[in-house]
Write a protein that binds this ligand. Structure first.
Ligand code: SF4
Length: 286
């Protein structure tokens, strides 16, 4: 049986840099607090916690002082930085440079259009860590739209600037942008395509990869937005696609009467995990 790993899967550079930063600090000082899961991948969080990483939530963060906390690639709103300044918390900022740039752009847009009662709209998932960081740039005023149906919440009498969470799909973004332009007859609309190409560029490759095998094993954390998106692409071209978050979920029944397996995953799935899964399959079937 042929078992192959998708060469383009594995961490994107933003997640890779954040994880390397954690490993580097842990080697130096043994323990480190991280605000939220370092990646949306339970296995990787477990591996790093065994090395000394302590994941804290925002409730706990806002009670802390005199310590060091790492900010993950998703980024944080200004209130997190402000609290650190007032409470002697040293921040190790592993926010992805692409997200940092997006935060600055949204902040600038909000400042520029608020006097003309303009509205910043973010195409993204409500409550997602990156989106919370982006909404924070607008003092909580940005409107978050999760999908096309959310367009009905837009006030078309006010100027509009549209941005996207980095991991949303390009097709959905452009569909929304086109409709905003159609409906906003008397108001200016500025479209900022801020979908990260680290995710969107993987779509054609993973579509082609998934179609080549009789079975696709897609590995991702349950909370990963891009994992959900990339798995849907796999399913759209190969109905025999399985989503799993750990090796233990593999079911040997899947490998009956098939001759090839493709292993791939999200931008938050480490390459090592793909290799471990491929190795486990080899042990079962060969
Ligand atoms: S998907 Fe893009 S924006 Fe998000 S962490 Fe990775 S490189 Fe950065």
């Amino acid at each position: 049986m042929k078992i192959e790993i998708d060469n383009n899967s594995g961490f994107c550079f933003g997640v890779d840099a954040a994880v390397r930063k954690v490993e580097e600090v842990l080697q130096r000082q043994g323990t480190l607090y991280c605000l939220g899961d370092i990646v949306h991948n339970e296995e990787e969080v477990k591996r790093l916690s065994e090395m000394g990483l302590i994941t804290i939530d925002h409730d706990r963060y806002f009670t802390m002082n005199d310590t060091t906390v790492l900010l993950r690639a998703h980024g944080e709103p200004p209130s997190t930085y402000e609290y650190a300044r007032r409470n002697n918390i040293e921040l190790i900022d592993a926010t992805c440079p692409i997200v940092l740039k997006l935060q600055k752009r949204i902040h600038a847009s909000h400042q520029a259009i608020k006097d003309s009662s303009g509205q910043v709209i973010i195409y993204g998932k409500k409550g997602h860590a990156e989106v919370n960081g982006l909404v924070g740039q607008t003092q909580g005023e940005a409107l978050v739209i999760e999908n096309f149906d959310g367009i009905d919440q837009v006030d078309f009498s006010r100027p509009i600037e549209l941005y996207s969470q980095t991991t949303k799909d390009l097709v959905g973004f452009h569909k929304l942008a086109d409709e905003l332009k159609v409906r906003a007859v008397h108001t200016p609309v500025k479209i900022h395509d801020t979908v990260c190409r680290q995710v969107s560029n993987r779509i054609p490759g993973i579509r082609e990869f998934a179609a080549r095998y009789s079975l696709i094993i897609f590995i991702s954390g349950q909370k990963s937005s891009n994992g959900k998106l990339l798995f849907e692409i796999c399913q759209s071209v190969n109905s025999n696609s399985k989503f799993l978050s750990s090796i233990e979920e593999i079911d040997p029944v899947w490998f009956e009467n098939i001759d090839s397996v493709g292993v791939c995953g999200a931008t938050s799935t480490p390459k090592k995990m793909l290799e471990d899964v491929a190795e486990a399959i080899r042990r079962w079937v060969i």
